[in-house]
Ligand binder design. Sequence first.
Ligand SMILES: NC(=O)c1ccc[n+]([C@@H]2O[C@H](COP(=O)([O-])OP(=O)(O)OC[C@H]3O[C@@H](n4cnc5c(N)ncnc54)[C@H](O)[C@@H]3O)[C@@H](O)[C@H]2O)c1
Length: 153
Amino acid sequence: MSAAFSLAQQVALLTGAASGIGRATAQAFARAGAKVVVSDVQEKGGIETVQMIKKVGGEAIFIACDVSNPEQVKSLIAQAVAKYQRIDHAFNNAGTEGHAAPLHESSTENWNTTLGINLSGVYWCMAVLWLCNPNAAFVIGTEIILDGGWCSK
Ligand SMILES: NC(=O)c1ccc[n+]([C@@H]2O[C@H](COP(=O)([O-])OP(=O)(O)OC[C@H]3O[C@@H](n4cnc5c(N)ncnc54)[C@H](O)[C@@H]3O)[C@@H](O)[C@H]2O)c1
């Protein structure tokens, strides 16, 4: 485990970390020495991410959470803080592309589900986290950033 900089003693929370960009970023945080809270709706993939981190000497736990559900987000943050006492970094990566279709053929359900995860999910995570630590470093959301959005701090 080595990285160009150290996040030792710091805690990173990542949503959508059961696969893809979230998993790779969780591994990068761990390589930098951070304790990693891996979260996702997919338990199997989330646990695999934790196992990959632990296998190379890192520290991580998995906490299941659907980011579109504010009660589950509150529970996620509460469990993470109970385990590690702090959260320094948040990577709001959970997201969906929804069902690709011409707008006039897209369903209301598809619209609501996509916004619930990609937009409201980031809001719930940030709203709860900000209460815990106003000085934390946040990446607002992979979906928003890759679509030309912004990154905070
Ligand atoms: N805008 C773009 O061009 C672009 C390109 C690539 C990826 N992305 C976004 O980047 C992020 C990661 O991409 P990826 O390629 O690794 O995708 P991915 O599908 O491998 O990862 C997304 C993860 O989010 C999880 N997830 C989905 N809904 C969730 C929910 N309600 N609560 C918690 N977790 C949930 C999934 O289980 C999955 O593990 C996604 O948000 C994706 O939409 C955007």
